[in-house]
Design a protein around this ligand. Structure first.
Ligand SMILES: [Ca+2]
Length: 628
């Protein structure tokens, strides 16, 4: 970057000479003052181009307006862009550490992007896999908080302190916020010279009640903020969800900030801030780690009207036809390792032809699609900023989701009662899934519910909360133009705990034995970098899950899985990833071995029987059941 700065100074001088030579001819009767003013402004614009705050086209428009000829403007823009690109190449050649952009979607199912068969338009996300790789068998932890804790620390959720969610259920494995013997990616990369940036949703810091914002204890020992866990910059929410148009608590670094009462949308706002943070790092010649943790498309269903309009009519064909179309598309794209049969429509979803309120149902899915679409548009802006800043080739980009599509009901007396029922400017919000009101605006607070979540998780069974494939499967898309060859799909099973070791290897950073005076637990993850680079790779250890008594182990091609208080099921994932043919009856010895392996793991990480934990949780949340 030092070279780029020198280049900028040098070129600014050359640029001034050119402006003197060409600029006067454009201004009809130039006075000395107006000429100087234009020259100053043109110089500023050129500096902005070099700093990446103006893109090539914006710069050319500005330059022409200030009196440069089109040819001179194009030439300056070209030299400016080239200066950045060549600095970028030099940095790569001299072993400068690559940037890392980790993008997380929230409650987005396996089949919700174009790359995995969706009709939702996600060209920017899909492009990541086209330029790099698609991983078809990356697993998360079935829920927001546990996945985020695991992703950030490279440990299973219980070892990170988030065995369930934010409520403290009485032991270190369930304390509800990140433990001190678990290091975050940010804490581990900062000593390696990285600027550590976060925009979006945190949700690994205890419970917060949206209606009681004035009582929040942000930043105390049970509610640690991103800045207290290694991030240099933070903009976003500390809790788990938001009114996208009218948020109740937005933080910037260490403080709550006000947002405009209108013309605010969270997905757009975190993107603006993420780009500004990246620009600052580039200006300061620091490699960056950016954790861009979207809330979208988590409920409530709220989107820009123009984006919703893009899906008007798309879902009139209903959930059955949409599931089938997605399955066929993913088969034709080779997304699945084998041509597994699609699971039947979930038993709790009616056939589309007998569904009530079909127009309202279609609208719910249109808003959901609009939220995914908007997230994609904004990811496109971040990728464009990387290009503009000359950082594109040497940035590892990862995109994944924190759990499968979410079947939660949003009853008027369930989750909905936790959230404010007026907007920041005093408009009434109708909470809950009401078929007499169309969702989408700041004044509605709805979810899309089980039948559409069943579509999101095509072709798999079940949803967020469960550890059958529909709850824990996410596509992972990665690109790093300077290092990875383009194209290809990797089918090897891997888990979000593997992301941290991957990032450490990419950054050349070590995993220390202690951090801030606390001995760190050994990592559960294994670096995926060889697989990303196209080499042979197989995870050396099995993968384990426990969430709300739902439990599983995946060992090579076998998966042992159960619902809370239900018998174990056994599947051969090689031939049946959609979990349709339970093999538990005929394979007793194998079943017993896997049950014993699961039991040893559960004990080692501090899993407590959900029959004991659930009453504590319902008491803390003052709810009748956990699926409200
Ligand atoms: Ca989530």
């Amino acid at each position: 970057m030092v070279h780029a700065v020198r280049g900028a100074v040098h070129f600014a001088r050359r640029g001034r000479r050119r402006i003197r030579r060409y600029g006067a001819g454009v201004d009809a009767v130039p006075t000395k003052d107006s000429g100087d003013r234009h020259e100053t402004k043109l110089r500023e614009a050129f500096q902005q181009l070099l700093a990446g705050r103006l893109d090539r086209r914006e710069f050319m428009r500005t330059a022409v307006r200030l009196g440069a000829t089109a040819a001179v403007a194009a030439s300056m823009a070209g030299v400016g862009t080239e200066a950045l690109a060549s600095a970028d190449r030099r940095q790569h050649e001299t072993g400068r550490r690559p940037n890392i952009l980790l993008i997380l979607a929230d409650d987005m199912g396996f089949a919700d992007i174009g790359a995995t068969g969706s009709e939702i338009r996600t060209p920017n996300i899909d492009g990541i896999a086209r330029r790099g790789k698609l991983f078809s068998s990356l697993y998360n932890c079935a829920r927001c908080c546990p996945t985020r804790a695991s992703l950030l620390t490279g440990l299973y959720p219980h070892k990170a302190g988030v065995g369930h969610m934010g409520a403290n259920l009485g032991s270190p494995a369930y304390q509800g916020f990140l433990r001190n013997d678990a290091g975050t990616i940010a804490e581990l990369l900062r000593p390696a010279g990285y600027r550590t940036l976060m925009a979006g949703k945190w949700h690994v810091a205890g419970d917060f009640w949206a209606r009681l914002v004035d009582t929040w204890r942000v930043g105390d020992v049970e509610h640690p903020t991103p800045r207290q866990r290694g991030f240099d910059r933070f903009y976003g929410i500390i809790d788990g969800t938001i009114n996208y148009f009218s948020p109740w608590y937005i933080m910037e670094n260490d403080h709550k900030v006000e947002v405009p009462p209108t013309d605010f949308y969270f997905t757009d706002a975190i993107t603006d801030k993420a780009i500004a943070m990246i620009e600052e790092s580039v200006r300061d010649a620091k490699p960056f780690f950016m954790y861009l943790a979207h809330c979208a498309p988590h409920w409530p269903l709220q989107a820009h009207p123009a984006d919703i309009a893009r899906y008007e009519g798309t879902y009139a064909k209903g959930w059955d036809a949409t599931r089938t179309a997605r399955h066929e598309e993913m088969l034709s794209r080779g997304v699945l390792q084998h041509r597994w049969a699609i699971s039947p429509r979930d038993a709790d979803a009616p056939a589309w032809t007998s569904a009530a309120h079909r127009e309202w149902e279609a609208r719910r899915m249109s808003v959901y699609a609009a939220m995914v679409d908007r997230m994609d548009q904004q990811i496109g802006r971040v990728l464009a900023a990387l290009r503009r800043l000359g950082q594109y080739d040497d940035t590892l980009v990862l995109f994944l989701s924190d759990n499968g599509g979410c079947a939660e009901l949003m009853r008027e007396d369930g989750w909905a009662k936790f959230y404010p029922d007026v907007t920041n400017d005093g408009r009434k919000i109708t909470l809950g899934n009401r078929p007499d009101i169309m969702p989408g605006s700041a004044q509605t607070y709805m979810s899309y519910e089980l039948p559409w979540a069943n579509v999101s998780n095509t072709p798999f069974r079940l949803f967020k909360h469960w550890v059958h494939e529909g709850g824990i499967s996410t596509p992972l898309l990665v690109q790093w133009p300077a290092r990875f060859t383009a194209g290809g799909i990797a089918h090897q099973p891997c888990h979000v705990v593997d992301i941290l070791p991957t990032i450490l290897e990419v950054a050349g950073a070590a995993y220390p034995t202690e951090l801030g005076g606390h001995a760190l637990q050994p990592l559960d993850g294994e670096s995926l970098l060889p697989l990303m680079e196209g080499h042979r790779w197989t995870r050396s250890r099995p993968i384990f899950w426990e969430h709300e008594g739902n439990a599983a182990i995946r060992d090579a091609n076998l998966k042992l899985v159960r619902k809370f208080n239900q018998p174990w099921e056994l599947y051969d994932m090689e031939v049946d990833r959609t979990e349709l043919h339970d093999l538990s009856r005929g394979n007793r010895r194998m079943l017993e071995r896997l049950v014993a392996d699961y039991g040893r793991w559960a004990e080692s990480v501090g899993v407590v029987d959900w029959n004991i934990q659930q009453p504590k949780l319902l008491d803390a949340w003052k709810m009748q059941d956990v699926h409200g």
